[in-house]
Design a protein around this ligand. Structure first.
Ligand SMILES: [Zn+2]
Length: 153
């Protein structure tokens, strides 16, 4: 017995579900980036052609998660060195950091995707609450049952 694994014993990766693909209505403040700071919604493909490019930083003005990325994106080299000295970690130059992200989306793009995505969830939640609305019939049923029992007594 050797301590090494055979090729055949390797695990097969299970694809992770998308963060935006949940079955309960999410409580995001920003439906453009799902509060993650990087644009992540089904409508991005309507504005951007091509896939698996650099992640887009969320540009919505009142998006706190996006703001963190925007601040980091525009931090100068001096600010980066300062930050690394205080908090540790590798120092990246502004150029290296900026090369990782795409900031070409505008405030208007992100606001539009936020509205589209939010509206989709609102419609879904409304549809779902209609489907789950058994409250009325159940209370009628219990009323009928208790009436039948009273008659028998
Ligand atoms: Zn956002």
């Amino acid at each position: 017995m050797s301590g090494e694994f055979d090729e055949g014993e390797k695990l097969i990766a299970i694809p992770a579900p998308s963060r935006c693909d949940r079955d309960v209505r999410p409580q995001w403040k920003c439906f453009c980036c799902c509060d993650g700071g990087l644009v992540d919604n089904p409508y991005l493909s309507q504005l951007v052609s091509g896939k698996n490019g650099k992640p887009f930083i969320c540009q919505r003005l009142d998006c706190k998660a996006g703001e963190k990325y925007r601040n980091a994106y525009f931090a100068t080299d001096a600010q980066r060195q300062d930050y690394a000295q205080k908090h540790g970690g590798e120092v990246m130059t502004q150029q290296e950091y900026q090369a990782q992200w795409d900031i070409r989306l505008t405030v208007a793009h992100c606001e539009q995707m936020h509205l589209w995505h939010k509206r989709q969830w609102d419609a879904w939640a409304q549809e779902r609450s209609k489907q789950l609305n058994y409250g009325q019939s159940i209370s009628n049923l219990t009323q009928q049952i208790s009436m039948q029992i009273e008659e028998k007594c």
